[in-house]
Design a protein around this ligand. Structure first.
Ligand code: UDP
Ligand code: MG
Length: 320
């Protein structure tokens, strides 16, 4: 069976790269279809994330002249992750597998073959992993690597050096559709879907035209979202710190009393010392406890699926 593949590509002010990108993708698609690797029903789905330039007119013209292209237009700029999700949810139910990638083709489209190989071997999630970051600027490279390390430290399970270049099977897409959270961090959610997964490596190249749509501000917001959406560790740290301070305050209280009994204090010192330490410790500990409950509320309201069933083997044994 030749699978129906959907390529999902978010585009934000990408008029400079679209002509070249679509030309390369058309070539790739023709090659894949004539090699019998993907079905004729495969599509390239371009999602316009509320661009202010000619991105949408270009996409819609393309969709009219070539049925292999499709377009989705968001009503306004909602950011990379949301645009990607919009595309993936449009693809859901239409395809056997989908691959998400960036409009600038920094991710080598040659890896599509390896991803399809893995898919035909039964893998349902295939992560594209960058083998090197030489083409990135020193700044981008070090901030990105720092980011992955920090996420690990925070206990968030993400694939190292993997961005949003990945293949998802139709079933994995259905699974993704069950996550209802608003603060989207797809790199963190995809591992939670489960199913058999693997990685393929590729060399990341430079943007061939236009400039990065991820300025530092968006990058920081993205990283912050990643941590706060997946980890309650910062709250745990407050609780831990509160506990330590509370122990320290007991020691400080004992110390102040001893010094007072030895008669080496001025009037009022002991009371001031005790209240500062005690109140500080109790406050931080209480904040941590409140934080724990807020953390619980947070995970509850995210309403994540509690399980996704991969297979059931059950013979109810009833005969009509
Ligand atoms: N993008 C988007 N909405 C945004 C910002 C970016 O859809 O608000 C898209 C953009 O068009 C591109 C992808 O996200 O397809 C990645 O952006 P970019 O290549 O600028 O990021 P970088 O490679 O510099 O991290
Ligand atoms: Mg890029």
């Amino acid at each position: 069976m030749t699978p129906i593949l959907y390529l999902v590509i978010p585009c934000y002010n990408e008029e400079e790269v679209l002509p070249e990108t679509t030309r390369r993708l058309k070539e790739k698609f023709s090659a894949l279809t004539s090699a019998g690797r993907i079905s004729e029903l495969s599509r390239i789905l371009l999602v316009d994330d509320g661009s202010k330039d000619h991105t949408w007119p270009m996409i819609s013209a393309l969709a009219k002249e070539d049925c292999r292209f499709g377009g989705v237009k968001l009503s306004r700029n909602r950011g990379h992750q949301n645009a990607l999700l919009a595309g993936l949810m449009t693809a859901k139910g239409q395809c056997d597998c989908c691959i998400s990638m960036d409009a600038d083709l920094q991710d080598d489209i040659g890896a599509i073959d390896q991803m399809l190989d893995a898919f035909s071997e039964g893998y349902e999630v295939v992560y594209g992993v960058r083998s090197s970051r030489e083409s990135d600027t020193f700044f981008k490279r070090s901030t990105a690597q720092g980011f992955y390390k920090f996420m690990k430290l925070m206990g968030v399970d993400i694939v190292y050096n993997h961005a949003d270049y990945r293949l998802l099977s139709g079933r994995a897409l259905e699974g993704l559709g069950q996550f209802r959270e608003i603060n989207l961090f797809l790199r963190g959610i995809v591992p939670l879907i489960g199913y058999k997964s693997t990685t393929v490596t590729y060399v990341r190249s430079e943007r061939f035209a236009g400039e990065s749509k991820y300025p530092l501000k968006k990058m920081l917001a993205f990283a912050f979202d990643g941590i706060t959406s997946f980890s309650v560790k910062p709250i745990r740290w407050v609780t831990g710190l509160g506990f330590l301070l509370f122990i320290a305050s007991i020691i400080a209280v004992l110390y102040s009393l001893v010094v007072k009994l030895l008669g080496q204090t001025v009037a009022g010192w002991t009371a001031t010392m005790i209240s500062i330490w005690m109140i500080g410790g109790i406050q931080l500990l209480s904040l941590g406890v409140i934080g724990e409950y807020i953390g619980k509320i947070y995970t509850e309201v995210k309403d994540r699926p509690r399980f996704i069933i991969e297979a059931v083997e059950l013979d109810p044994g009833k005969t009509e």
